[in-house]
Design a protein around this ligand. Sequence first.
Ligand code: AMP
Length: 305
Amino acid sequence: MSLLTIGTVAFDTIETPYGKADRVIGGACTYISYAASYFTKNIKVVSIVGDDFPESELEAMRKRGINLDGLEIKMGGKTFFWSGKYHSNMNRRDTLSTELNVLADFNPVLPASYKSSQFVMLGNLTPEIQLSVLNQLDGNQKLIVMDTMNFWMDVAWDALMKVVARVDVLTINDEEARQMSGEYSLVKAAEKIHAMGPRFLIIKKGEHGALLFSEGEIFFAPALPLAEVYDPTGAGDTFAGGFIGYLANTGDISYENMKNAIIHGSVMASFCVEKFSIERLKNISEKDLNDRLNAFKRLTHFDLK
Ligand code: AMP
């Protein structure tokens, strides 16, 4: 089934305890699309870059079956730029700078063929743009998933709430769930966030996995313990891409299937963090994928005596 994905396509400068990567390819939409491309080939991107963005990288995305008809290339414009620095505890990072550049006055116009996409992933970017995309859809979507972050809670709360009210699934991290709800307990935070709109809530906890909340039910998926995490940037987006890509591939949006989708999202995120930028996501073999799915199974399986 078709998957529409929006979000930033970006340059990132990242510092982790393992080293520094300067102006590498990043962006929520980039990570989401690469991750989803391992499950579905019907991915339609809505985003914007400047003419400083390398054509070779766009070509690499097309080669993975990602449709870029809805990606605007603004002549003379500069691509969105983000830089961040991770602490030695890599669950924590500081944003050093966010330059919206071409994103500041992006007004997306959806190609006609995008409007009936059954699955929609509203990746992290300006809530006004997420809203504008929602308003252009034909209204027959099967599932709308949204990701956001504290930055937009701080600068665009009202618009953010309008989007949150219209989505089926919200994915945010634990600190953002606390900020959004004003509750420390994640169970209470989930109750409040459900009341804002989303039937399903996924709270990401970095290396401690993710929680799925729906109608009083809670499911937990761990993250795979890895010997070395080089760069956690994009892990949340990659998780979301694997999650929705798996759902779009199976067409089943039941709570039970969402559990499988979360495991697939976690598997993709475990690859993402192994190298800087999108490098590891460019080339994952079927064997790599299956081995890791089995590693997840072994990690969590036990027989209750
Ligand atoms: P994550 O580590 O999953 O939070 O995603 C990191 C990616 O999000 C980076 O590649 C950045 O380019 C992008 N990013 C950082 N800040 C923002 C923002 N305020 N809005 C949208 N995308 C962002």
